[in-house]
Write a protein that binds this ligand. Sequence first.
Ligand SMILES: Cc1cc2nc3c(=O)[nH]c(=O)nc-3n(C[C@H](O)[C@H](O)[C@H](O)COP(=O)(O)O)c2cc1C
Length: 174
Amino acid sequence: MSNFKEKDYKVFEMFQKEWALVTAGNLELFNSCTVGWGDMGTLWKRSVVTVYLHPSRYTCEFFLKNETFTVSFYPPSCKEALAYMGSYSGRDGNKVQSAGLTPVAIGDSVTYAEAKITFLCRKLYQHQFVKEDLAADIQKYYHENPKSFPLDDAGSWQPHWIFVGEVIDVMECS
Ligand SMILES: Cc1cc2nc3c(=O)[nH]c(=O)nc-3n(C[C@H](O)[C@H](O)[C@H](O)COP(=O)(O)O)c2cc1C
């Protein structure tokens, strides 16, 4: 594992501007999607990466079922591939192939050969945000964006799931 704790990651830019792919599963069966929300920091004395997945994402099902996941970051040349991975669902076809990405194993999980850096994480915590505990403006934000955050079968809005992972390996491409 590289000395990742000594690196000056621009966490806000990495997630919000550059985006990341989050992946769970193994090479036989996995799914990924693009995320723009995420954090890195310290929790329970561990170095953690936290990501937030809406229950409508197929990837969320994989996160719920697997004990590890990866969060991977890409060079600017992959921006189109990331936009694709964030616009199509793995439920509807092989979006990885269409995006031109090459899956590779890391530990018992999966990342892509095109990644410049991948964090392999052991899941420490998962929970869905409690609707009533969200600030009123955040509840409103969900209400006003049913296209981004599809309603459940009963027709109600759903908040994201939180996944906190301890960094157990880092793969960097020079
Ligand atoms: C730039 C960008 C950022 C996104 N960020 C998130 C995010 O942080 N959390 C999330 O649940 N979905 C996010 N999405 C939406 C998912 O990537 C998108 O719904 C994807 O098609 C889900 O694929 P899946 O059904 O195969 O999991 C983002 C999409 C884009 C394009």
